[in-house]
Write a protein that binds this ligand. Structure first.
Ligand code: NZQ
Ligand code: ZN
Length: 391
């Protein structure tokens, strides 16, 4: 196991009706004037926004609002938020929504405290040292941004989707009420679940040896997801299954299952180009990318893939042919995605082979490599994109 330094200071307030506590929690973390940030309107339609406003007003706190964050959030909304925060002397940001809204809030938070262009962080040109505190009321189990040190934003000009990670941007508190996810359309529930699974797998595929504890934590989370997601697909109002998925989504990505091990993240890199170009849900893109990435890289360490196949998918271990076991595991994962109604081939999202050079170029590798389990060259990436097609 590698040395590590793990700091996850977010306070999680979990369960039914917990959104009524946001006012008191915001006050506890020093808020005086809050920016309530939200997306395309689902939180208004569901009535959540009214409860949030009421809770904030009850504590005598001021607020301004900025909605309209799009899935796969863009830089122009971030600039708008930074300007609004400065104009209104906002000292606290409350993101009410999913990963897109939370990521936009995180970008605004560090942007306000920075003299330059916030995109510098995402372009790898600067490191954030301060933020306006950000808190969240989560409405979809997916990105894990409610507990993560990451934010992903798309630069409109050129459609570059880039992530930025820094402990500074971890939320101060996150309110997780699983009942809020009951209004999600089925495709969003499924896409969110694929994202959670992908966050675990990005950590699972490692070259670091002797990481049994985190291996087993990853496997437990994967098994939970495989058991709980079908329950929600059958009954979207199944609170207990939604609760398990929501907590799995946080645990999968606040990095407690990834410490002490090299992590890969090339599938996320490959996917970000799909969601940027085709405008699909990030999790739907991952259901296409991951099986292709696994098939391409399986030979690098068949025993690790076979371990996943046996421990998580209940495949038989073929000791004389671990590769056979490994391939069976990949097929089971793919079937699971299909059973959730997710796309697993790029044609299903109207992808075209002619787009592959554009996708590869946008990865921005410039002769370098992507990922760490196998360091992928541009040619490897093109081959993996090709594997995402049926024909
Ligand atoms: O915008 P509204 O109207 O709220 O609708 C949203 C949106 O259309 C809807 N929705 C959310 N909660 C709902 C609901 N509809 C009905 N009822 C509810 N309770 O669902 C749609 C998707 O929302 P979004 O916030 O985009 O989902 P998600 O949480 O999957 O976030 C995706 C973004 O997170 C990034 C992705 O790349 C993508 O941009 N990621 C962020 C990470 C991080 N910060 O740590 C890590 C992830 O790997 C990921 O890359
Ligand atoms: Zn993700």
């Amino acid at each position: 196991m590698q040395n590590f330094n793990f700091h996850s200071p977010t306070q999680f307030v979990f369960g039914k009706d917990t959104e009524t506590q946001v006012g008191a929690l915001s006050k506890k973390y020093g808020a005086k004037k809050i920016l309530i940030h939200y997306g395309g309107g689902s939180v208004i339609k569901s009535g959540l926004m009214d409860r949030v406003r009421e809770s904030i007003r009850a504590e005598g706190l001021e607020y301004v609002e900025l909605g309209g964050v799009m899935p796969n959030p863009i830089d122009t909304k971030v600039y708008e938020g930074i300007e609004l925060c400065k104009k209104e002397s906002v000292d606290f940001i409350l993101a009410v929504g999913g990963g897109s809204t939370i990521d936009s809030a995180k970008a605004i938070g560090i942007g306000v405290k920075y003299d330059g262009d916030f995109w510098d962080f995402y372009a790898g040109k600067a490191q954030a040292t301060a933020t306006i505190p950000v808190a969240t009321v989560l409405t979809i189990a997916a990105a894990g941004s409610e507990g993560s040190e990451s934010s992903v934003i798309t630069k409109t000009e050129g459609s570059y989707k880039r992530g930025y990670s820094n402990d500074v941007i971890r939320p101060v508190f996150s309110v997780l009420n699983p009942a809020l996810t009951q209004t999600l359309p089925l495709n969003q529930t499924a896409a969110g679940s694929a994202d959670i699974i992908a966050h675990i797998l990005e950590r699972y595929f490692t070259n670091t040896k002797n990481v049994e504890t985190t291996d087993r934590l990853c496997e437990a989370l994967l098994i939970s997801m495989i058991n709980e997601v079908p329950k929600v697909i059958l009954d979207p109002n199944d609170y207990e299954a939604r609760a398990n998925i929501m907590w799995a989504g946080m645990v999968a990505h606040n990095n407690i299952v990834g410490v002490g091990r090299e992590q890969d993240w090339s599938s996320h890199g490959l996917e970000h180009e799909l969601s940027a170009l085709y405008g699909i849900a990030h999790g739907a893109g991952l259901a296409i990318v991951f099986p292709a990435w696994m098939k391409y890289n399986c030979a690098h360490d068949p025993m690790r893939f076979a371990q996943l196949a046996v421990r998580v998918f209940g495949c038989n271990m073929h000791f004389d042919n671990p590769m056979r076991t490994a391939v069976e595991g990949i097929a089971r994962l793919e079937s699971f995605f299909v059973s959730c109604g997710l796309p697993t081939r790029i044609e299903q999202i109207n992808g075209k082979k002619e787009d592959i050079p554009y996708l590869v170029e946008h990865l921005g590798l410039e002769g370098g490599t992507l990922g760490s389990f196998v360091k992928l060259t541009e040619e490897d990436c093109a081959n993996i994109y090709t594997l995402m097609f049926d024909m």
